[in-house]
Design a binder for this molecule. Structure first.
Ligand code: PMP
Length: 417
């Protein structure tokens, strides 16, 4: 790995304006006030370089060829798995399954664990979940005659812990699936408590870490969850690659998700046997350049102190709250900056301006914000709102982005008076 290694030194980095020089989006690309990192993050040069480097210098299919190039690609792919295992505190790289993203990871678990459920069993979710952590379970419920229940949230978008306890007791769910950080509101859930309560009640637990892994980090072993999922593209890596972490004994008990090359121990005309985990769940040619580039994103992220990332993203939430609460006609949703339970995301609406209209006006100033239901229709419905404007932050976000949003709000309010 020549070129990529040259572009990265080992020095520590601090989130903020200065690191924009490491992201070609800001130096060669549209350089927008990019406030949609919860949807996807911009990529540091080292990730783009790694992708190119693999495709130019190490491009051969993995785990197949007897020649050197294939062995090299396979080694890099395996190294990426090890980096990811280390980043999330997994005991073994055998617990790391490469998938396309968080969505595919949840679908994989919902499909492959099907035989563990009996008709009438319950799956417990929360009203904070992204559609990806709802619909796969609803599909499973339909196939197996199960029920899907939802833990309520409070008016400020936090999980109602009493309701959670009550539902664990009365419904005795087989599976609990819950987010670590809600993409719609930025709510930081009390994930350790939720996992430990759910485990004590006998449920298996899947944690949706699509946002959490980027903004909060995780140690899956001390968290004690059965599954943890995330997408590469939200953690400064490429699209098309994501991770399912599963405790070894859980993965061993799952049926394969898809069949094909690489996931078998043998194939005969009478039937087939399965490869060991994690290969059992990686049918077909994997997105190995993307996986290796995700490994580069993991290295990149490791150059920041987690406390600096937390402080940076919490400060931006505070600043946004302060600014937005001074603007006339703005309603904010979520726990709020002072709760200490909201990170990296701020959701709001503006009287008389539809969120989509606001996003369009903002776009004319090269400000990218998300408007709509953020793939969390049950959350927004519970809060009595159909759509919000969402600002979401990354390592490169800064105060100037927020000032630009303030000007756009004032312009929008004038236009829609
Ligand atoms: N869960 C959460 C909390 C998310 O924010 C997202 C993406 N917005 C997903 C799941 C799904 O991720 P992907 O579309 O990358 O599979």
């Amino acid at each position: 790995m020549k070129r990529a290694e040259r572009t990265v030194s080992d020095s520590k980095l601090v989130p903020g304006l200065e690191i924009r020089s490491l992201f070609p989006f800001f130096t060669e690309g549209p350089a927008g006030c990019y406030l949609d990192s919860a949807a996807t993050t911009q990529k540091p040069a080292v990730v783009l370089d790694t992708l190119r480097n693999v495709l130019v210098h190490h491009n051969a299919n993995v785990h197949r060829g007897a020649y050197r190039l294939s062995a090299e690609a396979s080694e890099l792919y395996d190294q990426a798995r090890t980096k990811i295992a280390r980043m999330i505190g997994a005991k073994s790289e055998r617990s790391i399954v490469f998938v396309r993203g968080a969505t595919e990871a949840i679908n994989l678990v919902a499909h492959s664990s099907e035989q563990l459920f009996r008709p009438g069993d319950t799956i417990l979710l929360t009203l904070l979940e992204h559609h990806s952590n709802i619909v796969p379970w609803q599909l499973l419920a339909k196939r197996r005659g199960l029920s899907v229940a939802f833990t309520d949230i409070t008016d400020d978008g936090q999980i109602d812990l009493n309701d959670f306890r009550e539902k664990l007791k009365t419904l005795k769910p087989k599976m609990v699936a819950v987010t670590q950080l809600a993409n719609s509101l930025g709510t930081v859930t009390p994930i350790a408590e939720l996992v430990s309560l759910a485990k004590a009640s006998g449920a298996q637990v899947l944690v949706d870490g699509a946002q959490g892994v980027t903004h909060l980090g995780v140690n899956v072993e001390s968290l004690g969850c059965d599954y943890y999922v995330f997408s590469g593209h939200k953690v400064y890596g490429p699209t098309g690659i994501g991770v399912l972490y599963g405790r070894a004994e859980r993965l061993e008990a799952l049926e394969p998700f898809q069949g094909g090359g690489d996931m078998i121990s043998y194939v005969s005309t009478e039937g087939s046997g399965w490869a060991e985990v994690p290969q059992r769940f990686e049918a077909g040619t994997p997105a190995f350049p993307e996986a290796i580039a995700l490994g580069a994103a993991v290295d990149f992220l490791a150059r920041f102190d987690r406390d600096d990332i937390l402080a940076h993203e919490a400060a931006l939430v505070s600043e946004a709250y302060e600014m937005l609460s001074e603007e006339e006609g703005v309603t904010l949703y979520g726990p709020g900056a002072h709760s200490g339970k909201q990170l990296a995301v701020v959701s709001f609406s503006i009287d008389s301006v539809h969120p989509h209209d606001f996003a369009t006006i903002a776009d004319t100033h090269n400000i990218q914000v998300r408007a709509g239901n953020h793939c969390a229709m049950p959350t927004l419905r519970r809060l009595g709102v159909q759509a919000t404007v969402r600002l979401s932050f990354g390592l490169y976000s800064c105060s100037a982005d927020l000032s630009a949003v303030r000007s756009a709000i004032r312009e929008a309010r004038k236009l829609f008076k």
